[in-house]
Design a protein around this ligand. Structure first.
Ligand code: NAP
Length: 458
């Protein structure tokens, strides 16, 4: 994929970028390695000061950064600004909490293992490669960068080829805050050139957020080199509504759950399982809400959501809808590619979706909801778990026993009750099955790229 900013609202190429040459890549790896040795000798307090300063810069520039994001991948400028500010908050979180998350632990009394002293330390491991997607161009990268740098690691960012300006901005942000040159840099390279980097002994681990295919490719290269990976991949998250729920509120938020970021969110709800007792009420309100959304200029204040990020992405979404239609799905709203420039797609609801349709199992990365009627909580759980993915879920009920059961039995990395799935800096984020492994954010995330080291003393 060419490295370029192509405005999804017009389809016009605004700026193209040369990929870094092998020599330029080598220089950056060497700089990251050197910066690691420098960073490893700094204190948490020093790194926190730099991190807060970088967050100050990002907050001060949030308006310009938001317009850059909107131009590169099409989300509304309001949500882009929210993303920039959320990223700054995430940076401050790790500045303030990294030391506590990484405080050495005493797993058992020293005497229990015949020691006079014992501790478990969380030491940095070196240069970590981060392969990131375009859908939240800042937040996805920051939620890796902030904990990694605070732990004392250095990072190399290979960002998606359609967000090069966001990538270059991030490649300078942390040095502008005060981190050593080389502590966090952008590599302008294409996806196909990533796997060989794992052969380099200076790169100690990798994290990838993106598709299953890309994740499997990076994990295979890392595995050959006995290096650790964290993978945050796709999702077909469920939105379950049971009879005791506040159906009106559920239907209202169900719209945002599906159209946020033009439907291009790994944790967006994609499969809706609604109990038959409330199916009609929910469906009427949900379809009305989806139909009332407006898609258009992402710089305009009254636009609900902008275009999809790429032409290919819109084609993939529409192919899933066409496949479902051809096999008998009912289109309750949307479902047609609008005329005109830009990669727009309307909020779409499909009913009568059956297992032979691709959309029943595949991730749909656009604003298309599949609606299913279920007869019981058992059916809702069973059908939710009948998926190759297991990222998160949003469940709606006020019955305590049902809440406990859903929390226990939904096979996913998250269960959000009476609210939408979201990522918070202090809460672990990640999935099971094809949604990946390892966790980002919280103490769990920052510890992923540390050497959990036992120090035992006779
Ligand atoms: P993608 O094609 O996998 O791209 C993601 C990143 O991987 C990009 O930087 C891409 O670079 C790179 N890449 C692509 N092929 C590669 C390969 N063979 N080896 C190494 N790197 C490779 O993903 P996408 O389809 O654009 O993004 C959407 C996907 O990301 C969805 O499945 C979504 O659910 C997932 N996602 C997951 C999370 C999460 O936290 N779980 C969050 C957001 C998105 P190029 O751009 O140069 O190809």
């Amino acid at each position: 994929m060419a490295i370029a900013t192509i405005d999804p609202t017009t389809g016009k190429t605004l700026k193209t970028f040369e990929a870094h040459s092998p020599e330029e890549v080598e220089q950056r790896i060497a700089a990251a390695d050197a910066a690691y040795r420098e960073l490893a000798g700094t204190t948490f307090a020093q790194r926190a000061e730099w991190m807060h300063r970088a967050a100050d810069i990002l907050e001060a520039e949030a308006g310009d950064v938001a317009r850059m994001i909107t131009t590169e991948m099409g989300k509304t400028v309001a949500t882009a600004k929210y993303e920039a500010l959320k990223s700054a908050t995430g940076m401050r979180h790790f500045a303030d909490h990294a030391e506590r998350y990484l405080t050495p632990e005493l797993p058992v009394e020293a005497s229990a293992v015949n020691a006079s002293a014992l501790s478990v330390r969380f030491d940095p491991i070196g240069v970590v490669l981060a392969v990131m997607p375009w859908n939240y161009p800042l937040w996805q990268a920051v939620r890796f960068a902030a904990p990694a740098l605070m732990a004392g690691n250095t990072g190399l960012l290979k960002h998606a080829s359609n967000v090069p300006q966001s990538a270059l901005y991030l490649g300078e942000l942390f040095a502008r805050g005060g981190f050593p040159e080389g502590a966090f840099q952008t590599l302008l390279i294409e996806g196909a050139d990533v796997a060989p980097l794992l052969d380099d002994r200076r790169i100690r681990a990798a994290t990838l957020t993106g598709s299953v295919a890309a994740g499997a490719s990076v994990a295979a290269a890392a595995g050959r080199n006995v290096k650790k990976t964290v993978l945050e991949l796709g999702g077909t998250d469920v939105f379950i509504v049971l009879p005791s729920a506040d159906v009106q509120k559920a239907a209202e938020l169900a719209v945002n759950a599906r159209v946020q970021n033009s439907g291009q969110s790994c944790i967006a709800a994609k499969r809706y399982f609604v109990h038959e007792d409330v199916y009609e009420t929910f469906t009427d309100q949900f379809v009305a809400g989806m139909s009332a959304t407006t898609t258009g200029d992402p710089l305009a204040a009254d636009t609900t959501f902008g275009p999809l990020a790429t032409e290919r992405g819109r084609q993939d979404v529409h192919e899933l809808v066409e496949d479902a239609k051809s096999k008998g799905a009912t289109v309750l709203c949307g479902g047609e590619v609008p005329a005109g420039a830009g990669w727009f797609y309307p909020a779409t609801v499909l009913a009568d979706v059956t297992p032979d349709m691709r959309i029943y199992r595949e991730e749909c990365f656009g604003p298309v909801a599949s609606l299913h009627k279920v007869a019981s909580i058992d059916e809702a759980i069973e059908r939710s778990n009948d998926s190759d993915f297991g990222l998160s879920s949003s469940v709606w009920t006020t019955d305590d026993e049902e809440i406990a059961r859903l929390g226990r039995e939904i096979d996913a990395g998250g269960v959000f009750v009476n609210g939408l799935t979201a990522s918070f800096p202090g809460v672990p984020f990640g999935g099971v099955k094809d949604s990946g492994f390892g966790r980002e954010l919280s103490a769990h995330g920052i510890r992923e790229f540390t050497n959990v080291k036992t120090v035992w003393q006779a």
